[in-house]
Design a protein around this ligand. Structure first.
Ligand code: NAD
Length: 549
């Protein structure tokens, strides 16, 4: 169905309080055509990541939020509003559970069958938890990851380095900009011309080529000049990666962000995009067989690049698992990005902190930017990021910002934003949230919890505790999902969003939640035995009854 949704702007509200209004605007913002990948089908990003189960459920959520009292809580089950209970003013206004299945039945086939019957929906991470902020949301993470990689290799930056990747979707689309922000040269293979155009138009990408030789000529030129440059090549990654090997091209860095978590979203190789879409409609079983085999082919090429000396890492889409299932025995020979580059940050409770100006006024975000720079005057890396973001990123939907902050820092930022709202320095409340990909909110053995020191990769008590402690602390909405990032059966994770509405009650909730949430990251990693996390727990005085050095 064709419907165009934009979140309301300004300081007038149609709900009975700002907390409900915030949830309503953020749900609508997730489906804004400038934000969502396929809003007609309520798909926000990441394959089939939806904001609501169907349009009827969407309308019912909006109506429920508009009627919701300040002491009530709305329950949402896989994108459908199922109940409103009287709770209390400090309780979350919304509790969300998406895509959860009892482990024995947590298979893609069972999920797909329930989805066909309209009984469940895929929430991805921030799609079904109403805190997606467009491609900026992943840009900083990608920028940080590539920056950490360069540092680990002893390179001053990616200047003069060639990065090969694939997928220019809602998350993957951040890659070309993250590569050039690190001064590198990127070639990103994308099957869908429209997706590449979208990235070009939003300044995430510099050029598009339809021919491999043409693309490589431009890549080589930029490398020679040491010039940051990004180019999309229209093609299938499972065709182009092996072709590059045939031409004896070895990039410095190879990764991938195709939607390999979902057999129905990854396009099989050796056929045109249009033919693939037709096959998916007519014979999904054959499509799945061929997409699985193509993922094996792409991963095998990545292993080959690794043998030839490229730095290869998995970027959180479960390609290695799909390839392994397709018979690529050594698929896991290259590491995932979390153990390779991100885990030390998680040990300090650091992760992607994001916020949104409910007013819709970009000035409000610039005001919060100033506040962040003032709060953390000695963090040169953070200052560089905020300044780059201000000049290089166009807002999508409601103006938003992201930066990675850790324990202590998040609570300080939240309280400072609440003051900006209270004093009228910004014109409406600020929504503060994060990705589910965070320090202490995910169990995902092929991604965030890959290779944990104590072998607890698959223990999902942690995200459950994360959701519970954030709910009792008074987050405005809390969600618990299954499958995000890596697909059904492979992860469980929690999200939280909290509103700074300028009240003293909000200040108390903000301080509590923005402490427990990153605190769970430190606790999870300290419990697993990571020395940095143990030191952080001791330094911050986090009470852990059985903590051992
Ligand atoms: P998306 O569905 O919005 O986009 C995927 C893109 O890949 C589309 O543009 C599609 O046309 C393209 N594509 C599909 N098959 C292809 C093929 N064989 N060759 C070339 N291009 C192909 O997905 P997204 O939001 O960009 O996410 C991409 C993947 O990254 C997902 O698996 C997602 O779960 C994962 N992800 C990773 C992180 C992270 O932090 N690393 C975060 C979120 C999501």
């Amino acid at each position: 169905m064709k419907r165009t949704i934009h979140a309301p702007r300004g300081s007038q509200i149609t709900c009975k309080g700002w907390l409900q209004e915030a949830a309503m605007r953020m749900l609508m913002n997730n489906l804004d055509p400038d934000v969502a990948g396929d809003p007609d089908n309520l798909i926000v990003y990441g394959g089939r990541g939806r904001a609501a189960r169907n349009w009827e459920a969407f309308d019912a959520i909006i109506a429920s939020l508009q009627q919701l009292e300040n002491d009530e809580t709305l329950l949402v089950q896989s994108g459908k509003p199922v109940a409103i209970f009287k709770t209390h003013p400090d309780a979350p206004r919304v509790l969300i559970a998406n895509s959860n299945l009892v482990p024995h039945w947590a298979t893609q086939e069972h999920f797909d069958e329930l989805e066909r019957q309209g009984l469940i929906m895929y929430g991805q991470m921030t799609a079904g938890s109403w805190i997606y902020i467009g491609t900026q949301g992943i840009l900083q993470g990608t920028y940080e990851t590539l920056g950490a990689l360069a540092k680990q290799e002893g390179w001053p930056s990616l200047k003069g380095k060639f990065v090969l990747s694939a997928g220019l979707g809602e998350m993957g689309g951040a890659q070309p900009r993250a590569i050039t922000m690190n001064e590198g040269v990127g070639l990103v293979v994308e099957i869908d011309h429209w997706r590449a155009e979208r990235r070009l138009n939003t300044r995430y990408l510099d050029a598009i080529a339809t021919d491999l030789e043409d693309a490589m000529t431009q890549v080589e030129e930029a490398l020679k000049l040491g010039k940051p440059f990004s180019i999309a090549l229209i093609g299938n990654a499972a065709d182009i990666y092996p072709q590059l090997l045939e031409y004896e091209v070895t990039p410095d860095v190879v990764t991938d962000q195709t939607p390999a978590h979902d057999y129905l979203a990854y396009m099989p190789h050796d056929m045109t995009f249009e033919a693939a879409l037709e096959l998916r409609d007519k014979d999904p079983g054959e499509f799945i067989r061929r997409s699985g085999q193509s993922m094996g082919r792409q991963c095998a090429a990545m292993l080959e690049f690794q043998k030839k000396g490229a730095i290869v890492f998995d970027y959180g889409n479960n390609l290695r698992q799909r390839a392994f299932d397709a018979g690529v025995e050594h698929a896991f020979d290259y590491p995932g990005f979390v153990p390779a580059y991100i885990r030390p940050l998680f040990c300090e409770g650091k992760g992607p902190f994001r916020w949104v100006a409910l007013s819709g006024d970009p000035q409000d975000i610039y005001r919060t930017d100033e506040e962040i720079l003032k709060l953390f005057p000695d963090d040169a890396h953070l200052h560089r990021w905020i300044k780059m973001a201000q000049t290089q990123i166009d807002f999508q939907g409601l103006p938003a910002r992201i930066c990675w902050l850790g324990y202590g820092e998040r609570a300080r930022a939240g309280l400072a934003f609440n003051e900006l709202v209270r004093t009228g320095a910004v014109s409406a409340p600020i929504v503060i949230g994060r990705d589910h990909l965070d320090a202490g909110s995910v169990a995902s053995p092929n991604r965030e919890t890959e290779g944990m020191l104590d072998g607890t990769d698959a223990v999902s008590d942690w995200p459950i505790l994360n959701a519970l402690i954030n709910a009792v602390g008074g987050a405005t909405w809390v969600s618990f999902h299954h499958g995000g990032g890596v697909g059904i059966g492979y992860s469980q994770h929690a999200g939280q969003v909290i509103v700074a509405d300028g009240t003293s009650e909000a200040a108390i909730r903000l301080e509590r939640v923005l402490t427990t949430d990153p605190g769970m990251g430190i606790v999870r990693h300290a419990d697993a035995g990571y020395k940095i996390a143990i030191a952080a727990a001791r330094r911050h005085g986090i009470k852990m009854p059985m903590l051992k050095d």
